[in-house]
Design a protein. Structure first.
Length: 130
């Protein structure tokens, strides 16, 4: 039973992190472009693309209309958080990697406990992982 609550708390916090990040991308686009340029990402279309991804990823996990789509969202968020954290570390701004580190911890917790809280299990979460 604690896994059930752990899943929902970690998933809610991860979703909140992503929705808040999307909100910042929408409301402070110029600042986000500047920060991304400092990290070495000079793609102007990246902000609009990331707004969509930062909304659809958590929606796919929360709604779970499709288990494969939910697992794909977990993988995408995992790689995004990994790249984000490593980009901040790469430019010697480790404090900027803190949200990514927190997000990774929430993501792993949510992923590993999802079969305890959801009716249709993910085939990628094995009992040995729990």
């Amino acid at each position: 039973m604690p896994e059930y609550y752990l899943y929902w708390i970690s998933t809610a916090l991860l979703s909140a992190l992503y929705f808040m990040s999307a909100y910042v991308y929408v409301t402070r686009g110029d600042w986000v472009r500047q920060v991304l340029a400092e990290l070495g990402y000079k793609a102007p279309y990246l902000v609009a693309f990331m707004i969509v991804i930062k909304i659809l990823g958590p929606v796919a996990i929360l709604s779970r209309v499709s288990v494969p789509l939910s697992d794909l969202a977990y993988a995408g968020i995992f790689f995004h958080l990994l790249l984000s954290g490593l980009a901040h570390i790469g430019v010697r701004k480790p404090a900027g990697a803190l949200p990514a580190a927190i997000g990774l911890a929430l993501l792993v917790t949510s992923f590993v406990t999802q079969n305890d809280a959801r009716g249709v299990p993910s085939p990628y979460v094995q009992p040995a992982m729990r």
